[in-house]
Design a protein around this ligand. Sequence first.
Ligand SMILES: C[S@@+](CC[C@H](N)C(=O)[O-])C[C@H]1O[C@@H](n2cnc3c(N)ncnc32)[C@H](O)[C@@H]1O
Length: 230
Amino acid sequence: MDGLLNKIHLADCMDIMREMPDNYIDLAIVDPPYGIGGGSNVSNKSSREWDKKPIEKYFYELDRISKNQIIWGGNYFTEMIKFNSNHSIIWDKQNGNSFMSDAEIALTTIKKNTTKFFKLFWMSNMMGKEEKPIIHPTQKPVALYRWLLQNYAKPGDLIFDSHSGSGSLAIACVEEGFNYIACEIDPDYHKASVERLHKKYKELEQGLGFIKYKKRSEKDKREMDKLFGD
Ligand SMILES: C[S@@+](CC[C@H](N)C(=O)[O-])C[C@H]1O[C@@H](n2cnc3c(N)ncnc32)[C@H](O)[C@@H]1O
């Protein structure tokens, strides 16, 4: 199983989860397609290609492999989610009169405040360089994921992202020093996200930003350098 660690896998998450023993993951922070279309227009893919709601078996597997879960878009999956909790996290995007939705809701097994708000401005075409490049129509901010890790994960937790998209959670895990396993099924988003991660590592290796980040192995560095140049 160690071969799975600290990588964004080009894979169907169902295949990766099937390999995992019960309760292998400490905290799954997942963002499956909601099946409602939309998102910002940052790639030439239509949402029909990636926006397929997961089937019920996905939620059984997620429940089996993880001790705790945070499920973005949980309000779209209430009939399939396997835990019974009214605890939610609301990300208020503070995006005023934009045509995008004003907030997103996650349901969680972790019982903190019944409802916890996180306010962070997000309009994908107006973000500063710390969130760029924007490579995915439903990319979530690294800052949102860093806040989740700081508030909902314990040091040493293994984090799982079944639908990695732009790789924002993988980057947050590296910056916050967590081991993670991530999957993305679409080859174009997978490649763009690994390149984004590679660029982030380059910054960190030059001493820019986080001092206590999770270092990559020499083997991973060599492979990424070969793929994307350095
Ligand atoms: C809502 S987006 C995730 C966005 C991500 N949270 C981010 O910050 O960029 C869902 C992603 O899941 C991917 N996906 C869909 N079905 C999948 C599957 N069975 N296994 C892995 N990835 C899948 C899609 O290609 C899409 O990129």
